[in-house]
Design a binder for this molecule. Structure first.
Ligand code: PMP
Length: 406
């Protein structure tokens, strides 16, 4: 059988650059003190690594300062920090409940399940905006879902299931007009590392980040960016528009039972995943923005090849415009999970089949119960990998047709 062909980069990127493992081993061997705790050499070295990773993320997204990047244990953690934080702050500020929140059917469960929990307790009045038939959310649909009292708008930058890139600049402008009080949370799990993000130019209030996908770092790393609008300099705990219930040691202001109010410590209780950030830092040093062109050329080949196979349905646009290197498809007569299993067991090809933690996306495109097969090329993918996948799909489609007509 062929060597492993990894086409599940939308779940997590693989392979990681060899320096990622090297930096993590090196960190554990020589620098694994507790970052921010204690002034001794090992603690200082660990702090330096963590702060350097924070700086790199801040530079990449053009944050006004590194302190506005709160390090988290992944993108889900960042989204939870933001959503719980905004709702909890609004309640503390006396906003009448349920608090109006707008989101889209394209969101990942990290957003949907978190908001659903508040909605079932009637603490949030949730409006879910549907995408158009191509998988795009229209800014005007967001604006018409907002009211003057909307406190939070959560939008993904790209659908993790279909790869469609959303017009976030226009969505943010439309939100500002319709809901001046709202904070806009953008989920960049599927885009950062692929396409440039400038939080100041796009006027993003809160940006959730995954370290282990497009940035090439290890799992368990992520970040939340907060703008001045979301968390003002020198605000008190009572004034903050993001209130964090997670409490604990920060290493900085040790005495007292209150959390520090300055970022990032205000939202960063507990020891950071320093070894993970050592790996992420190494990955970011090797980050090559031109790799995205290579991934998109392969995506083009994949879309073209799949369109040529009978009984294959592609969801979302069949061109590479406004999409990430993520392609969702189905073969008629065989369920997506079975296709993924055959690809894994018989062809040594890793894709993901089923419902991709985005149940409402699948409902909106009509494959809610079975989902689809998702193939996501990465920087190490080759043309021949794509061609091998296409021939395997062709064979599976053919045998599904034969067993249907038997
Ligand atoms: N949002 C989106 C759009 C995602 O694709 C993912 C990961 N599948 C997440 C959030 C959650 O990210 P993490 O795995 O880092 O918690």
């Amino acid at each position: 059988m062929n060597d492993l062909i990894y086409l599940d980069n939308a779940a997590t990127s693989f392979p990681k650059h060899p320096d990622v493992a090297r930096a993590m081993t090196d960190f554990l061997t020589h620098s694994a003190g507790n970052p921010g705790r204690g002034g001794h050499e090992l603690a200082r070295r660990a702090s330096d690594v963590v702060e350097e990773a924070r700086d790199e993320i801040a530079k990449l997204i053009n944050a006004p300062c590194a302190a506005r990047v709160v390090l988290t244990h992944g993108c889900t953690d960042a989204l939870n920090l933001a959503i719980h934080g905004v709702i909890r702050a609004a309640v503390r500020h006396g906003a009448p409940t349920p608090i109006p929140v707008v989101t889209t059917a394209l969101e990942h469960n990290a957003v949907l399940r978190t908001l659903h929990c508040y909605a079932t307790d009637n603490l949030v009045a949730l409006t879910i905006v549907q995408p158009d038939e191509h998988g795009y959310t229209h800014p005007e649909s967001i604006a018409s879902a907002c009211t003057e009292s909307t406190r939070l708008v959560c939008v993904t930058h790209a659908s993790n299931a279909m790869g469609t890139i959303q017009p976030i600049d226009e969505i943010i402008r439309a939100t500002r007009r319709a809901a001046p009080e709202a904070l806009v949370l953008v989920d960049s799990a599927q885009t950062l590392g692929h396409i440039p993000i400038d939080v100041q130019r796009s006027d993003i209030d809160l940006l959730s980040i995954a370290g282990h996908k497009g940035l090439g770092g290890p799992t368990g790393t992520g970040a939340l960016y907060l703008s001045q609008n979301a968390y003002a300099d020198h605000c008190t705990q009572d004034e903050a528009r993001v209130f964090c219930e997670r409490r604990g040691g920060t290493g900085s202001i040790a005495p007292g039972l209150e959390m520090p109010t300055a970022l990032p410590d205000a939202l960063e209780a507990g020891t950071a995943n320093a070894v993970g950030f050592a790996g992420l830092l190494a990955a970011m040093k090797h980050h090559d923005p031109s790799a995205h062109d290579h991934e998109m050329a392969l995506t083009q080949r994949l879309l073209q090849g799949l369109s040529d196979i009978e009984h294959v349905t592609i969801y979302g646009p069949t061109t590479t415009e406004n999409r990430t290197p993520v392609v969702l498809f189905n073969i008629s007569g065989i369920c997506a999970r079975d296709v993924a299993t055959i690809l894994d067991k018989e062809h040594n090809i890793a894709v993901r089949g089923g419902v991709h933690c985005a149940p409402l996306t699948h409902e909106s495109i009509g494959n809610g119960s079975d989902g689809g097969v998702r193939a996501s090329p990465g920087r190490a993918t080759t043309q021949s990998d794509i061609d091998t996948l296409l021939s395997a799909i062709e064979r599976i489609a053919m045998s599904a047709t034969q067993s249907r007509s038997a």
